[in-house]
Design a protein. Structure first.
Length: 218
């Protein structure tokens, strides 16, 4: 599971990074030929930026896996035995939750610069206040929440004294985390689509209202 997540999450984060870049270009409007050529010249710098983002995501994921390991142990995971199994679950959670935000947003630090403050406040708004504003932010927050909740709820069957092979630690929390991640991704897609349709309907109302008086006069 960790190997699959390690292959898929970097690809998904890179795709969302390009999605974020295209969205920022659309907000600026149409660019002239000079801006297009400038963007082509800046593509060489994107590779170095990507390498830095991968390094930040790797370090953040490793740190998050250690934090998740401590939390899982505090929630009752065996400390003296199954340490490798517990760390595998913590690493899976870190890949599902921490990799993509760290790649897209950067690593939150205690620095006093404007960039560090902006990154820190963005992390707080998304993962502490739970207030995503854009489809990209919802695609980060909802799957992370789903993975965390799915992992927690997946530990419930372990307490049932059925002695089934699928109840071995940590299979059910891992399957719960993956299932929650998928459900959270679907929820982000559905909510973003509904909000986009509602916004399109609101924007089209003035146009339809302007047509109605003309049709009545006829």
């Amino acid at each position: 599971m960790c190997a699959g997540a390690l292959l898929l999450q970097p690809w998904w984060a890179a795709w969302m990074k390009s999605w974020t870049r295209e969205a920022s270009f659309q907000l600026k409007g149409d660019r002239d030929a000079a801006e297009v050529s400038k963007h082509k010249l800046e593509r060489s710098g994107i590779n170095s930026e990507r390498a830095l983002a991968i390094r930040n995501a790797f370090v953040s994921t490793l740190a998050a896996s250690l934090a998740f390991y401590a939390v899982i142990v505090l929630f009752g995971a065996p400390l003296a035995s199954h340490a490798l199994h517990t760390f595998s679950l913590a690493l899976l959670l870190a890949l599902l939750i921490a990799w993509t935000p760290a790649y897209l947003l950067g690593v939150p630090t205690l620095g006093s610069s404007t960039e560090a403050l902006l990154i820190r406040l963005t992390w707080i708004r998304l993962f502490a206040e739970l207030r995503p504003r854009t489809p990209i932010e919802r695609a980060m927050v909802y799957p992370a929440l789903g993975a965390a909740f799915g992992c927690w709820s997946g530990a419930i069957p372990i307490g049932l004294d059925w002695e089934r092979p699928w109840q071995a630690w940590p299979l059910t929390p891992a399957y719960g985390a993956i299932s929650g991640y998928i459900i959270g991704s679907l929820a982000a897609f559905v909510i973003s689509t509904v909000l986009w349709l509602a916004e399109a309907d609101i924007l089209s109302r003035p146009f339809n209202a302007a047509k109605q008086p003309k049709s009545r006069h006829r």
